[in-house]
Design a protein around this ligand. Structure first.
Ligand code: AHM
Ligand code: MG
Length: 334
């Protein structure tokens, strides 16, 4: 039973029993993500003080090297999950290869792997625009007690047991699903506690916002070009409004609340688009579907794509169901 003002900690405990594998391991894992989120949030909020406390590459007053925020976030999430010994493997957009945890320890019984984009949209940091963390959780497919392998990470999105994002915006939020709807928690920075502020989030079926980097228009496939023209046409509830932050988590979050579509199509420059299937598209697709939205590569459901490599890219169209289906129709007919 969720209720507004419940803390994230309370929510995790109360909902633990509704999760089909109730060992408490997943709850502990989400708790550790919550903890790392607070630490990263604290650092992200100091980004504007760079002239005062030093830029990346400088040494700070304690003699510590200042890290780039995406490197910092990457280290924090990995450290938090590794030290608590609650996952058997982590893959990060910032790392070339996956990390197998405790592979020397034959007694380790951890069942989950995490895939993470520690600080997505990090080019927005310098201009004080919202960024986010995206995470995706799977049960391992290899036997418990053995080192995690690539097979544990290359699973279809439809095998996810949880996914979520943290948005470091005008307020900081964690939004996540364990397959039973989507809930959003807002951080009260004064006391460092996340409260349930957005229970049972849903995409409106229709929306009036389209989000795409139109600077790339000339390189887009004909179906996307036609859909963009459709969005701009004076007819019915159109033209739609164009909103593109260039920070996936923020564009997605706004579209989920207001109704809209986000597109990062393939182009003549990037044959698979830009976004990563495992760190960005699958988790956002899972959240979208759990919130009555839809996610597609233009033709197929994102979560049904068979991954072949960790850093695989894929075209991504995601948001309000009817809008995504309309875009797919334009793709089919182009
Ligand atoms: P990143 O993982 O390097 O930060 O790239 C992902 C980001 C998304 O958040 C955003 O939607 C997109 O890249 C913006 O790309 P572009 O500047 O090409 O429009
Ligand atoms: Mg990213």
């Amino acid at each position: 039973m969720s209720r507004k003002n419940q803390t994230l900690g309370e929510f995790i405990i109360e909902n633990q029993s509704s999760f089909k594998y109730t060992s408490g391991e997943l709850s502990r894992l989400i708790n550790s993500i919550r903890l790392a989120a607070k630490v990263v949030n604290h650092e992200v909020n100091k980004a504007g003080l760079v002239d005062i406390i030093g830029a990346a590459g400088d040494t700070n007053i304690q003699g510590e090297d200042q890290q780039k925020l995406d490197v910092y976030a990457n280290n924090k999430f990995i450290q938090t999950m590794t030290k608590r010994n609650i996952v058997c493997g982590i893959a990060s957009e910032e790392e070339d290869d996956f990390i197998s945890i405790n592979s020397q320890d034959e007694n380790h019984q951890n069942k989950y792997v995490v895939l993470i984009d520690p600080l997505d949209g990090s080019s927005n940091i310098d201009v004080n625009v919202s960024v986010g963390t995206i995470f995706s959780i799977y049960r391992r497919v290899t036997p418990v007690g053995t080192p995690a392998t690539i097979d544990d990470f290359l699973q279809k999105g439809n095998q996810q047991v949880a996914a979520g994002y943290i948005i470091y915006g005008t307020s900081t939020m964690i939004v996540y699903t364990t397959g039973d709807g989507v809930n959003g928690f807002t951080l009260n920075p004064a006391i460092g506690t996340f409260y349930l502020s957005h229970p049972d989030m849903k995409f409106p079926e229709n929306g009036k916002i389209y989000s795409v980097n139109e600077g790339n228009y000339i390189h887009f496939p004909q179906g996307i070009k036609n859909y963009i023209k459709y969005c701009q046409m004076e007819e019915g509830d159109r033209p739609y409004t164009s909103r593109y932050i260039g920070s996936l988590v923020s564009d997605f979050h706004r579209n989920m609340i207001k109704g809209g579509i986000y597109m990062y199509p393939k182009s003549s420059k990037n044959s698979n688009g830009k976004l990563r299937l495992l760190y960005e598209c699958n988790p956002m697709a899972y959240i979208a579907e759990q919130a009555n939205g839809k996610a597609s590569d233009g033709f197929n459901r994102i979560m049904d794509i068979e991954p072949t490599e960790l850093h695989q890219r894929v075209p991504f169209i995601c948001g309000s169901k009817n809008m995504v289906e309309k875009a797919e129709e334009f793709m089919r007919n182009a």
